[in-house]
Ligand binder design. Structure first.
Ligand SMILES: Nc1ncnc2c1ncn2[C@@H]1O[C@H](COP(=O)(O)OP(=O)(O)OP(=O)(O)O)[C@@H](O)[C@H]1O
Ligand SMILES: [Mg+2]
Length: 246
């Protein structure tokens, strides 16, 4: 379980997080929604230790990580956590095989045949075949996202953080990614935290919905309350984003 306790973060005079409290339950998919620029990506970076809070702490399986050193973060926390970046973040000069191998070599001591097998297996999991030798530029946006996901799950993380996984994709590819997020959660029991603007995605994948607004979590509800919750800021957000074509 991941618990965020009273997280404060400012950049210069700009206050971004102003006492965030949130519990991310195991084996669930929690979606985090909120207006652009409200601090969702900043929040995600705190969970994986890329940013440190000014005050408060983050507990990952009961370990407080806010003041952990890099070496300890890598050894104890990042070993069980992966992030899928918004822009897929593949190395353009490397093949798909090398892109995924890089993640595996950093985290585990594996032999070359084991690495090859794992790469094949993880590409199969995201429904990609025979693309090991291709370069990112040869793939569509949706395929690149799936390679990003294959790379993230290759270390079999307990926690997977997705930053806007469907942004920029057409509805068909967005739907493929949504189904994949749910399948990986159910089949591999990956606890998933998904930042998204896309209300259609939220309704398809969320077990829980949290909304960040003005530096605080103002809504933290089960999926069942998605259409009945009565917070006015939340309702405006949900209504404002329905019918928006990506
Ligand atoms: N490293 C940084 N240094 C200074 N300011 C930053 C830094 N990272 C983020 N910010 C600021 O923090 C605020 C929140 O940014 P963040 O990227 O978390 O928003 P977001 O909710 O993810 O937005 P979007 O939906 O557009 O991705 C923004 O005003 C941004 O300019
Ligand atoms: Mg963002």
């Amino acid at each position: 379980m991941i618990i965020l306790k009273n997280i404060h973060k400012r950049f210069g005079s700009k206050r971004v997080l102003d006492g965030v409290n949130l519990t991310l339950e195991e084996k669930r998919i929690t979606t985090i929604i909120g207006m652009s620029g409200t601090g969702k990506s900043v929040l995600l970076k705190h969970i994986i230790g890329l940013l440190k809070p000014d005050a408060g702490d983050i507990f990952v399986d009961e370990m407080p990580i806010a003041r952990m050193r890099e070496e300890e973060l890598n050894r104890k926390v990042r070993i069980k956590m992966s992030m899928v970046f918004q822009e897929a973040a593949l190395w353009d000069s490397l093949t798909i095989f090398e892109n995924i191998a890089l993640a595996l070599r950093i985290h585990k001591h594996l032999t070359s045949p084991e690495i090859a097998r794992l790469i094949h297996e993880n590409l199969e999991l995201v429904d990609l075949r025979d693309i090991e030798n291709a370069y990112p530029i040869e793939l569509s946006g949706g395929m690149k996202k799936r390679v990003g996901i294959a790379r993230a799950i290759a270390i079999r993380p307990k926690y997977l953080l997705y930053d806007e996984p469907t942004t920029g994709l057409d509805p068909i590819n967005a739907s493929i990614i949504n189904k994949l997020i749910v399948r990986l959660n159910r089949e591999l029991s990956i606890t998933s935290i998904v930042i998204t603007h896309d209300i259609g995605s939220v309704s398809k994948i969320a077990d829980r919905i949290a909304m960040l607004d003005n530096g605080k979590i103002i809504v933290d509800i089960a999926k069942e309350q998605m259409w009945t919750h009565d917070d006015p800021t939340y309702i405006n957000f949900i209504k404002g984003h329905i019918g928006v074509i990506p």
